[in-house]
Design a protein around this ligand. Structure first.
Ligand code: HEM
Length: 430
Protein backbone atom coordinates (compact mmCIF):
# COMPACT_ATOMS: atom_id res chain seq x y z
CA UNK A 1 0.00 0.00 0.00
CA UNK A 2 1.36 3.43 -0.88
CA UNK A 3 1.41 6.04 1.83
CA UNK A 4 -1.11 8.82 1.36
CA UNK A 5 0.49 12.28 1.21
CA UNK A 6 -2.37 13.61 3.32
CA UNK A 7 -2.65 13.01 7.02
CA UNK A 8 -4.49 14.75 9.82
CA UNK A 9 -8.05 15.77 10.41
CA UNK A 10 -8.54 17.73 7.18
CA UNK A 11 -8.13 14.57 5.18
CA UNK A 12 -9.86 12.32 7.64
CA UNK A 13 -11.46 10.13 5.00
CA UNK A 14 -8.18 9.24 3.31
CA UNK A 15 -6.73 5.85 4.03
CA UNK A 16 -3.17 5.96 5.28
CA UNK A 17 -0.79 3.18 6.24
CA UNK A 18 -2.37 3.41 9.70
CA UNK A 19 -5.70 2.34 8.18
CA UNK A 20 -8.77 4.41 7.51
CA UNK A 21 -9.94 7.11 9.91
CA UNK A 22 -12.93 6.00 11.95
CA UNK A 23 -14.98 8.61 13.83
CA UNK A 24 -16.41 7.82 17.24
CA UNK A 25 -20.08 8.69 17.48
CA UNK A 26 -21.00 8.44 21.16
CA UNK A 27 -24.65 9.48 20.53
CA UNK A 28 -25.42 11.77 23.47
CA UNK A 29 -29.07 12.47 24.38
CA UNK A 30 -29.65 16.11 23.49
CA UNK A 31 -32.27 18.57 24.74
CA UNK A 32 -34.93 20.29 22.63
CA UNK A 33 -34.09 20.44 18.96
CA UNK A 34 -30.31 20.72 19.47
CA UNK A 35 -28.63 18.99 16.57
CA UNK A 36 -26.10 16.23 17.27
CA UNK A 37 -22.69 17.82 16.53
CA UNK A 38 -21.10 14.63 15.14
CA UNK A 39 -23.39 14.05 12.13
CA UNK A 40 -23.65 17.82 11.66
CA UNK A 41 -19.87 18.13 11.30
CA UNK A 42 -19.67 15.07 9.04
CA UNK A 43 -22.43 16.46 6.78
CA UNK A 44 -20.24 19.49 6.14
CA UNK A 45 -16.78 17.91 6.25
CA UNK A 46 -16.97 14.23 5.38
CA UNK A 47 -20.42 13.28 4.07
CA UNK A 48 -19.59 9.58 3.68
CA UNK A 49 -17.55 8.66 6.77
CA UNK A 50 -16.61 5.60 8.76
CA UNK A 51 -18.09 5.64 12.27
CA UNK A 52 -17.98 3.53 15.39
CA UNK A 53 -21.17 3.48 17.49
CA UNK A 54 -21.70 2.77 21.21
CA UNK A 55 -22.59 -0.90 20.58
CA UNK A 56 -21.80 -3.62 18.07
CA UNK A 57 -18.52 -4.52 16.45
CA UNK A 58 -16.28 -2.71 13.98
CA UNK A 59 -17.37 0.32 12.03
CA UNK A 60 -19.99 1.25 9.47
CA UNK A 61 -20.33 3.96 6.87
CA UNK A 62 -22.44 6.96 7.84
CA UNK A 63 -24.09 8.82 4.95
CA UNK A 64 -25.43 12.31 5.74
CA UNK A 65 -26.01 14.30 2.51
CA UNK A 66 -29.50 14.52 0.99
CA UNK A 67 -28.66 13.12 -2.47
CA UNK A 68 -26.41 10.38 -1.03
CA UNK A 69 -29.05 9.31 1.51
CA UNK A 70 -31.63 9.06 -1.30
CA UNK A 71 -29.23 7.05 -3.40
CA UNK A 72 -28.60 4.50 -0.62
CA UNK A 73 -32.30 4.35 0.32
CA UNK A 74 -33.38 3.63 -3.26
CA UNK A 75 -30.59 1.21 -4.26
CA UNK A 76 -31.92 -2.38 -4.49
CA UNK A 77 -28.37 -3.65 -3.95
CA UNK A 78 -28.55 -2.47 -0.31
CA UNK A 79 -29.92 -5.33 1.83
CA UNK A 80 -31.69 -5.32 5.18
CA UNK A 81 -32.10 -9.11 5.39
CA UNK A 82 -28.30 -9.51 5.58
CA UNK A 83 -28.24 -7.57 8.87
CA UNK A 84 -29.91 -10.47 10.71
CA UNK A 85 -27.59 -12.21 13.17
CA UNK A 86 -24.65 -9.84 12.72
CA UNK A 87 -23.21 -7.75 15.62
CA UNK A 88 -23.31 -4.55 13.54
CA UNK A 89 -22.44 -1.08 14.85
CA UNK A 90 -25.55 0.12 16.65
CA UNK A 91 -26.93 2.86 18.90
CA UNK A 92 -28.64 0.32 21.21
CA UNK A 93 -27.35 -2.81 22.97
CA UNK A 94 -30.22 -4.88 21.57
CA UNK A 95 -31.60 -4.84 18.04
CA UNK A 96 -34.83 -2.88 17.85
CA UNK A 97 -36.25 -4.24 14.65
CA UNK A 98 -37.27 -7.88 14.97
CA UNK A 99 -36.00 -10.42 12.40
CA UNK A 100 -39.00 -11.26 10.24
CA UNK A 101 -40.19 -7.66 10.42
CA UNK A 102 -40.59 -5.37 7.39
CA UNK A 103 -37.65 -3.24 8.48
CA UNK A 104 -35.27 -6.19 8.03
CA UNK A 105 -36.72 -7.86 4.96
CA UNK A 106 -35.69 -7.65 1.28
CA UNK A 107 -37.90 -8.34 -1.76
CA UNK A 108 -39.84 -10.51 -2.37
CA UNK A 109 -40.63 -10.88 1.37
CA UNK A 110 -40.54 -7.13 1.94
CA UNK A 111 -42.88 -6.45 -0.98
CA UNK A 112 -45.33 -9.10 0.24
CA UNK A 113 -45.37 -7.71 3.80
CA UNK A 114 -45.82 -4.11 2.68
CA UNK A 115 -48.65 -5.10 0.35
CA UNK A 116 -50.51 -6.73 3.26
CA UNK A 117 -50.62 -3.51 5.28
CA UNK A 118 -50.92 -1.08 2.34
CA UNK A 119 -54.75 -0.77 2.43
CA UNK A 120 -54.75 0.00 6.16
CA UNK A 121 -52.22 2.80 5.83
CA UNK A 122 -53.34 4.09 2.42
CA UNK A 123 -54.79 7.54 1.78
CA UNK A 124 -58.43 6.42 1.72
CA UNK A 125 -58.41 4.65 5.06
CA UNK A 126 -56.43 7.45 6.70
CA UNK A 127 -58.82 10.09 5.33
CA UNK A 128 -61.68 8.10 6.85
CA UNK A 129 -59.86 7.99 10.18
CA UNK A 130 -59.34 11.77 10.15
CA UNK A 131 -62.89 12.71 11.11
CA UNK A 132 -62.81 10.24 13.99
CA UNK A 133 -59.46 11.60 15.19
CA UNK A 134 -60.79 15.17 14.98
CA UNK A 135 -63.75 14.32 17.19
CA UNK A 136 -61.48 12.69 19.73
CA UNK A 137 -59.07 15.67 19.70
CA UNK A 138 -61.98 18.06 20.10
CA UNK A 139 -63.34 16.16 23.11
CA UNK A 140 -59.93 16.06 24.80
CA UNK A 141 -59.38 19.77 24.10
CA UNK A 142 -62.76 20.68 25.61
CA UNK A 143 -61.95 18.57 28.70
CA UNK A 144 -58.67 20.44 29.12
CA UNK A 145 -60.39 23.81 28.71
CA UNK A 146 -62.86 22.84 31.40
CA UNK A 147 -60.20 21.61 33.85
CA UNK A 148 -58.08 24.71 33.22
CA UNK A 149 -54.35 25.33 32.93
CA UNK A 150 -51.61 24.27 33.37
CA UNK A 151 -51.30 20.82 31.86
CA UNK A 152 -48.62 18.50 30.57
CA UNK A 153 -49.77 18.50 26.97
CA UNK A 154 -47.58 15.50 26.03
CA UNK A 155 -49.29 13.24 28.58
CA UNK A 156 -52.77 14.76 28.65
CA UNK A 157 -53.35 15.24 24.92
CA UNK A 158 -50.72 14.08 22.39
CA UNK A 159 -49.88 10.77 24.09
CA UNK A 160 -53.46 9.56 24.70
CA UNK A 161 -54.58 10.61 21.19
CA UNK A 162 -51.77 8.82 19.39
CA UNK A 163 -52.29 5.72 21.54
CA UNK A 164 -56.05 5.71 20.85
CA UNK A 165 -55.53 6.04 17.07
CA UNK A 166 -53.06 3.20 16.74
CA UNK A 167 -55.03 0.99 19.15
CA UNK A 168 -58.13 1.51 17.04
CA UNK A 169 -56.38 0.89 13.73
CA UNK A 170 -54.71 -2.29 14.92
CA UNK A 171 -57.40 -3.49 17.28
CA UNK A 172 -55.48 -3.44 20.57
CA UNK A 173 -58.05 -3.27 23.40
CA UNK A 174 -57.82 0.05 25.27
CA UNK A 175 -57.50 -1.85 28.55
CA UNK A 176 -54.18 -3.34 27.37
CA UNK A 177 -52.57 -0.04 26.39
CA UNK A 178 -50.81 0.53 29.73
CA UNK A 179 -49.10 -2.82 29.46
CA UNK A 180 -48.05 -2.07 25.88
CA UNK A 181 -46.73 1.33 27.01
CA UNK A 182 -44.47 -0.38 29.58
CA UNK A 183 -43.05 -2.67 26.89
CA UNK A 184 -42.56 0.34 24.66
CA UNK A 185 -40.47 2.06 27.32
CA UNK A 186 -38.37 -1.10 27.78
CA UNK A 187 -37.65 -1.66 24.11
CA UNK A 188 -37.11 1.89 22.92
CA UNK A 189 -34.39 2.69 25.47
CA UNK A 190 -30.64 2.73 25.02
CA UNK A 191 -30.20 1.57 28.62
CA UNK A 192 -32.08 -1.71 28.30
CA UNK A 193 -29.56 -4.56 28.24
CA UNK A 194 -29.61 -7.12 25.44
CA UNK A 195 -31.11 -9.78 27.76
CA UNK A 196 -33.79 -7.49 29.15
CA UNK A 197 -34.61 -6.31 25.63
CA UNK A 198 -35.05 -9.90 24.45
CA UNK A 199 -37.25 -10.72 27.45
CA UNK A 200 -39.55 -7.75 26.76
CA UNK A 201 -39.71 -8.72 23.09
CA UNK A 202 -40.71 -12.29 24.00
CA UNK A 203 -43.46 -10.99 26.26
CA UNK A 204 -44.88 -8.59 23.70
CA UNK A 205 -44.64 -11.28 21.00
CA UNK A 206 -46.66 -13.63 23.22
CA UNK A 207 -49.28 -10.93 23.71
CA UNK A 208 -49.76 -10.32 19.98
CA UNK A 209 -49.72 -14.05 19.15
CA UNK A 210 -52.60 -14.50 21.64
CA UNK A 211 -54.48 -11.48 20.30
CA UNK A 212 -54.15 -12.76 16.71
CA UNK A 213 -55.39 -16.21 17.80
CA UNK A 214 -58.41 -14.57 19.40
CA UNK A 215 -59.17 -12.45 16.30
CA UNK A 216 -58.80 -15.44 14.00
CA UNK A 217 -61.77 -16.92 15.87
CA UNK A 218 -63.65 -13.61 16.40
CA UNK A 219 -62.71 -11.26 13.55
CA UNK A 220 -63.25 -7.51 13.99
CA UNK A 221 -62.76 -4.54 11.68
CA UNK A 222 -59.06 -4.02 12.45
CA UNK A 223 -55.58 -4.80 11.17
CA UNK A 224 -54.85 -7.67 13.58
CA UNK A 225 -57.96 -9.46 12.25
CA UNK A 226 -56.82 -8.84 8.66
CA UNK A 227 -53.34 -10.16 9.41
CA UNK A 228 -54.83 -13.20 11.16
CA UNK A 229 -56.90 -13.91 8.04
CA UNK A 230 -53.83 -13.46 5.83
CA UNK A 231 -51.93 -15.92 8.02
CA UNK A 232 -54.75 -18.46 7.69
CA UNK A 233 -54.51 -18.00 3.89
CA UNK A 234 -50.75 -18.70 4.04
CA UNK A 235 -49.76 -15.14 3.12
CA UNK A 236 -47.57 -14.54 6.17
CA UNK A 237 -46.07 -16.56 9.02
CA UNK A 238 -46.81 -16.19 12.73
CA UNK A 239 -43.40 -14.57 13.49
CA UNK A 240 -44.01 -12.12 10.64
CA UNK A 241 -47.47 -11.27 11.96
CA UNK A 242 -46.13 -10.71 15.47
CA UNK A 243 -43.20 -8.57 14.24
CA UNK A 244 -45.56 -6.44 12.18
CA UNK A 245 -47.95 -5.86 15.10
CA UNK A 246 -45.07 -5.01 17.46
CA UNK A 247 -43.47 -2.61 15.03
CA UNK A 248 -46.69 -0.80 14.19
CA UNK A 249 -47.72 -0.50 17.83
CA UNK A 250 -44.36 0.82 19.01
CA UNK A 251 -44.07 3.30 16.14
CA UNK A 252 -47.65 4.44 16.56
CA UNK A 253 -47.26 4.98 20.30
CA UNK A 254 -43.79 6.39 20.51
CA UNK A 255 -42.83 8.20 17.31
CA UNK A 256 -46.02 10.25 17.09
CA UNK A 257 -46.20 11.10 20.81
CA UNK A 258 -42.62 12.36 20.81
CA UNK A 259 -42.52 14.20 17.54
CA UNK A 260 -45.91 15.90 17.84
CA UNK A 261 -45.06 17.02 21.41
CA UNK A 262 -41.79 18.41 20.06
CA UNK A 263 -43.77 20.16 17.30
CA UNK A 264 -45.85 21.90 19.99
CA UNK A 265 -42.62 22.95 21.72
CA UNK A 266 -41.15 24.31 18.47
CA UNK A 267 -44.34 26.26 17.68
CA UNK A 268 -44.44 27.78 21.16
CA UNK A 269 -40.77 28.81 20.96
CA UNK A 270 -41.38 30.46 17.55
CA UNK A 271 -44.35 32.65 18.51
CA UNK A 272 -44.23 34.99 15.51
CA UNK A 273 -44.37 32.24 12.90
CA UNK A 274 -47.04 30.47 14.95
CA UNK A 275 -49.18 33.61 15.12
CA UNK A 276 -49.01 33.90 11.32
CA UNK A 277 -49.95 30.24 10.93
CA UNK A 278 -52.87 30.63 13.32
CA UNK A 279 -54.14 33.70 11.44
CA UNK A 280 -54.00 31.84 8.12
CA UNK A 281 -55.83 28.85 9.58
CA UNK A 282 -58.55 31.17 10.78
CA UNK A 283 -58.82 32.73 7.30
CA UNK A 284 -58.98 29.28 5.67
CA UNK A 285 -61.70 28.19 8.08
CA UNK A 286 -63.89 31.21 7.45
CA UNK A 287 -63.89 30.44 3.71
CA UNK A 288 -64.81 26.82 4.38
CA UNK A 289 -68.46 27.50 5.04
CA UNK A 290 -70.45 24.45 5.97
CA UNK A 291 -67.55 22.02 5.85
CA UNK A 292 -65.93 20.27 8.79
CA UNK A 293 -62.98 22.15 10.31
CA UNK A 294 -59.55 20.85 9.37
CA UNK A 295 -60.68 18.57 6.51
CA UNK A 296 -58.71 20.73 4.07
CA UNK A 297 -55.52 21.39 5.99
CA UNK A 298 -53.81 23.53 3.30
CA UNK A 299 -51.28 25.73 5.03
CA UNK A 300 -51.12 23.46 8.07
CA UNK A 301 -49.84 20.46 6.11
CA UNK A 302 -46.96 22.60 4.78
CA UNK A 303 -46.14 23.67 8.34
CA UNK A 304 -46.21 20.04 9.55
CA UNK A 305 -43.78 19.05 6.79
CA UNK A 306 -41.40 21.86 7.74
CA UNK A 307 -41.60 20.74 11.39
CA UNK A 308 -40.82 17.18 10.28
CA UNK A 309 -37.79 18.47 8.35
CA UNK A 310 -36.56 20.68 11.16
CA UNK A 311 -36.96 18.37 14.19
CA UNK A 312 -34.13 15.88 14.72
CA UNK A 313 -36.52 13.14 15.76
CA UNK A 314 -34.15 10.45 16.93
CA UNK A 315 -30.93 9.82 18.82
CA UNK A 316 -28.41 8.05 16.62
CA UNK A 317 -29.27 5.71 13.78
CA UNK A 318 -31.53 2.67 13.38
CA UNK A 319 -30.94 -0.33 11.19
CA UNK A 320 -28.03 -0.23 8.70
CA UNK A 321 -28.12 -1.70 5.20
CA UNK A 322 -25.52 -4.13 3.86
CA UNK A 323 -24.05 -3.55 0.38
CA UNK A 324 -24.37 -6.63 -1.85
CA UNK A 325 -22.01 -5.11 -4.46
CA UNK A 326 -19.37 -2.39 -4.60
CA UNK A 327 -21.34 0.89 -4.63
CA UNK A 328 -20.14 4.43 -5.34
CA UNK A 329 -21.63 7.08 -3.09
CA UNK A 330 -20.41 10.64 -2.55
CA UNK A 331 -17.02 9.86 -4.11
CA UNK A 332 -16.43 6.84 -1.85
CA UNK A 333 -16.57 3.15 -2.80
CA UNK A 334 -18.57 1.10 -0.34
CA UNK A 335 -17.40 -2.51 -0.69
CA UNK A 336 -19.75 -5.48 -0.92
CA UNK A 337 -20.48 -6.76 2.59
CA UNK A 338 -19.96 -3.41 4.34
CA UNK A 339 -22.64 -1.85 6.55
CA UNK A 340 -24.08 1.58 5.70
CA UNK A 341 -26.14 3.82 8.01
CA UNK A 342 -28.02 6.83 6.70
CA UNK A 343 -28.94 9.70 9.05
CA UNK A 344 -32.17 11.24 7.79
CA UNK A 345 -32.13 14.29 10.13
CA UNK A 346 -28.75 15.34 8.67
CA UNK A 347 -30.05 15.02 5.08
CA UNK A 348 -32.87 17.35 6.15
CA UNK A 349 -30.26 19.99 7.05
CA UNK A 350 -28.27 19.71 3.80
CA UNK A 351 -27.46 23.27 2.60
CA UNK A 352 -27.24 22.03 -1.01
CA UNK A 353 -31.01 21.38 -0.88
CA UNK A 354 -32.47 23.67 1.81
CA UNK A 355 -31.83 27.41 2.07
CA UNK A 356 -30.60 28.34 5.55
CA UNK A 357 -31.31 24.75 6.66
CA UNK A 358 -30.92 25.25 10.42
CA UNK A 359 -33.72 27.84 10.43
CA UNK A 360 -37.38 26.94 10.92
CA UNK A 361 -39.51 28.44 8.14
CA UNK A 362 -43.13 27.30 8.30
CA UNK A 363 -43.75 28.71 4.81
CA UNK A 364 -40.80 26.84 3.25
CA UNK A 365 -41.59 25.16 -0.07
CA UNK A 366 -38.44 23.34 -1.15
CA UNK A 367 -37.50 19.70 -1.74
CA UNK A 368 -39.45 17.02 0.15
CA UNK A 369 -37.86 16.18 3.52
CA UNK A 370 -36.54 12.72 4.36
CA UNK A 371 -37.95 12.43 7.90
CA UNK A 372 -39.93 9.35 6.81
CA UNK A 373 -36.97 7.81 5.00
CA UNK A 374 -36.63 7.11 1.30
CA UNK A 375 -37.02 4.15 -1.03
CA UNK A 376 -38.53 0.74 -0.34
CA UNK A 377 -38.41 1.16 3.46
CA UNK A 378 -40.17 4.54 3.39
CA UNK A 379 -42.28 4.82 6.56
CA UNK A 380 -45.49 2.81 6.26
CA UNK A 381 -47.20 5.15 8.71
CA UNK A 382 -46.28 8.45 7.03
CA UNK A 383 -49.84 9.38 5.98
CA UNK A 384 -51.16 8.39 9.40
CA UNK A 385 -48.49 10.38 11.25
CA UNK A 386 -49.08 13.46 9.06
CA UNK A 387 -52.83 13.25 9.61
CA UNK A 388 -52.41 12.91 13.39
CA UNK A 389 -50.01 15.85 13.54
CA UNK A 390 -52.34 18.04 11.47
CA UNK A 391 -55.38 17.21 13.56
CA UNK A 392 -53.63 17.59 16.92
CA UNK A 393 -51.88 20.86 16.04
CA UNK A 394 -54.91 22.28 14.19
CA UNK A 395 -57.20 21.63 17.15
CA UNK A 396 -54.70 23.13 19.61
CA UNK A 397 -54.20 26.27 17.52
CA UNK A 398 -57.94 26.79 17.07
CA UNK A 399 -59.07 25.99 20.61
CA UNK A 400 -56.21 27.57 22.59
CA UNK A 401 -55.45 31.03 21.14
CA UNK A 402 -53.30 31.91 24.17
CA UNK A 403 -51.32 28.65 24.33
CA UNK A 404 -47.81 29.14 25.78
CA UNK A 405 -45.13 27.16 27.60
CA UNK A 406 -45.74 27.15 31.36
CA UNK A 407 -41.98 26.99 32.06
CA UNK A 408 -38.92 28.64 30.51
CA UNK A 409 -37.83 26.56 27.47
CA UNK A 410 -34.52 25.69 29.13
CA UNK A 411 -36.38 24.10 32.06
CA UNK A 412 -38.26 21.58 29.92
CA UNK A 413 -37.04 18.03 30.66
CA UNK A 414 -36.17 15.94 27.60
CA UNK A 415 -36.10 12.18 27.41
CA UNK A 416 -32.60 10.72 27.70
CA UNK A 417 -31.34 7.33 26.56
CA UNK A 418 -34.31 6.82 24.24
CA UNK A 419 -34.43 6.07 20.53
CA UNK A 420 -37.00 8.76 19.74
CA UNK A 421 -36.34 12.22 21.10
CA UNK A 422 -39.12 14.13 22.82
CA UNK A 423 -40.04 16.04 25.99
CA UNK A 424 -40.42 14.07 29.21
CA UNK A 425 -43.22 16.48 30.08
CA UNK A 426 -44.40 19.59 28.25
CA UNK A 427 -46.09 22.01 30.68
CA UNK A 428 -48.31 24.52 28.90
CA UNK A 429 -50.80 27.19 29.91
CA UNK A 430 -53.37 29.33 28.05
C1 HEM B 1 -43.88 11.27 12.84
C2 HEM B 1 -43.77 10.00 13.12
C3 HEM B 1 -42.93 9.03 12.35
C4 HEM B 1 -41.69 9.20 11.80
C5 HEM B 1 -40.83 10.46 11.81
C6 HEM B 1 -41.33 7.95 11.17
C7 HEM B 1 -40.15 7.72 10.49
C8 HEM B 1 -39.77 6.52 9.93
C9 HEM B 1 -38.50 6.24 9.31
C10 HEM B 1 -37.35 7.24 9.19
C11 HEM B 1 -38.51 4.96 8.88
C12 HEM B 1 -37.38 4.12 8.38
C13 HEM B 1 -36.89 4.23 7.04
C14 HEM B 1 -35.77 3.22 6.85
O1 HEM B 1 -35.83 2.07 7.30
O2 HEM B 1 -34.79 3.60 6.20
C15 HEM B 1 -39.80 4.40 9.22
C16 HEM B 1 -40.20 3.11 8.94
C17 HEM B 1 -41.39 2.59 9.31
N1 HEM B 1 -42.41 3.23 9.99
FE1 HEM B 1 -42.43 5.17 10.56
N2 HEM B 1 -42.34 7.05 11.35
C18 HEM B 1 -43.35 7.67 12.06
C19 HEM B 1 -44.56 7.13 12.42
C20 HEM B 1 -44.98 5.88 12.11
C21 HEM B 1 -46.28 5.33 12.42
C22 HEM B 1 -47.40 6.08 13.12
C23 HEM B 1 -46.30 4.04 11.97
C24 HEM B 1 -47.40 3.01 12.04
C25 HEM B 1 -48.29 2.93 12.96
C26 HEM B 1 -45.01 3.78 11.36
C27 HEM B 1 -44.64 2.58 10.77
C28 HEM B 1 -43.44 2.34 10.15
C29 HEM B 1 -43.07 1.06 9.56
C30 HEM B 1 -43.91 -0.21 9.52
C31 HEM B 1 -41.79 1.21 9.03
C32 HEM B 1 -40.96 0.15 8.31
C33 HEM B 1 -41.13 0.27 6.84
C34 HEM B 1 -40.26 -0.72 6.06
O3 HEM B 1 -39.19 -1.10 6.51
O4 HEM B 1 -40.66 -1.08 4.94
N3 HEM B 1 -44.23 4.90 11.45
N4 HEM B 1 -40.54 5.37 9.85
Amino acid sequence: MTTSPHHGPHHASHASHHGPVVHDWAVASLPGTDFDPVPHRLLHEEPVARVRLPYGEGHAWLVTRYEDVRLIGADPRMSRALTVGRPLPSTTPHTLAPAGGVGRADPPDHTRLRRLIAPTFGRRRIAALRAHTERRAETLALDLLETGPPTDIAESYVGPLSAAVVAELLGVPAADLDRVQDWRAGILSHDTTADAGEAVKREIAGYFADLARHRAAHPADDLISELAAARAAGELSTPELVSMAVMLTLNGLDAVRNIVSTMVYVLLTHPEQTAELRAELRAEMSTELGSEPCTEPGRLSGAVDELLRYIPQRNGVGMPRIATADIEVGGVTVRAGEAVHVFYPAANRDPAVFTDPDRLDLTRAEAPHLAFGHGAHYCAGAQLARMEAEVMLGTLLRRFPGLALAAPPEHIAWRTGTVNRGPETLPVTW
